[in-house]
Design a protein around this ligand. Structure first.
Ligand SMILES: Nc1ncnc2c1ncn2[C@@H]1O[C@H](COP(=O)(O)OP(=O)(O)OP(=O)(O)O)[C@@H](O)[C@H]1O
Length: 243
């Protein structure tokens, strides 16, 4: 469903942040990208939906190279992909419901989006997702009053409003306490298993990666140094990635 072939990226034409990355990511699985700080995890994740451009190689989603798409095809492709961010990227003074409804903006004609006009169906769907995330009682509260873990669950509900096939999560639990982190990872796991979504997550915590990943990619200095199931990530593999 998602394949990367010989992807390279340099921000400054000198140092290479990604070097000939190739990998295959399966539908219905959680793929976790791990590696030390500066290894290229965020660069790789953001290249997948072309938030970072000027890279070389191929990124195939459903067989289409996203690097070669024109504007309208790129818009269509981006509708298939939801993003979840470390710092949540919510509009803090707005309510949980309003933030989740914003997830539909990518698929709306601009004027309706600017006016924040949402149909009854969209509102019902947003409320159902809020309930699914265990946030029913917060639907009409401002996001600024939520905990980090609650904010991240709003971020996931917002991503789900587009009905994405793929969810890219950039360090989604880096700012959370262990219990909140587990809750967020449990949600991502159920999206992969029950909704057959393709989930790609960057993580700093090796233990969480081993617990939740079906597939782990280990990056070091821009290169893939491990690619396998989480059961294969042994001490020697961890050393190769981090030492
Ligand atoms: N906007 C940028 N301009 C120049 N260099 C950049 C930029 N963003 C990242 N880099 C460089 O690219 C390399 C990979 O960075 P990236 O942020 O992808 O790593 P990472 O593995 O996500 O790190 P971290 O775990 O600290 O977030 C690093 O050497 C970094 O300095």
């Amino acid at each position: 469903m998602l394949a990367v072939n010989e992807l390279s990226k340099s921000y400054d034409q000198e140092a290479m942040s990604l070097k000939d990355i190739s990998m295959e990511i399966e539908k219905g699985e959680i793929t976790v990208i791990i590696g030390p700080s500066g290894a290229g995890k965020t660069t790789l994740l953001r290249s997948l939906n072309q938030l970072i451009k000027d890279d070389q190689g191929e990124i195939l989603i459903d067989g289409l190279d996203v690097r070669t798409l024109n504007r309208s095809k790129m818009r269509q492709m981006r509708r298939k992909i939801g993003m979840v961010f470390q710092n949540y990227n919510l509009i803090e003074p707005l309510t949980v419901l309003e933030n989740v409804l914003h997830g539909t903006l990518g698929g709306k004609p601009t004027l309706l989006g600017i006016l924040s006009i949402y149909s009854d169906k969209e509102q019902q769907e947003a409320l159902a997702l809020i309930k699914e995330m265990g946030l029913e009682e917060f639907a009409f509260k401002q996001c600024k009053d939520l905990s980090g873990g609650q904010k991240q669950r709003v971020g996931i509900a917002r991503a789900l409003m587009k009905h994405p096939q793929i969810i890219l999560c950039d360090e989604p639990v880096a700012s959370l306490d262990p219990k909140s982190a587990t809750l967020v990872m449990d949600i991502l796991r159920s999206l992969a298993i029950e909704k057959k979504m393709t989930i790609v997550v960057t993580l700093h915590q090796v233990e969480l990666a081993k617990e939740y990943a079906d597939h782990i990619i280990g990056l070091r200095a821009g290169s893939v140094v491990f690619d396998g199931p989480s059961s294969a990530l042994d001490v020697a593999a961890i050393r190769t990635i981090y030492d």
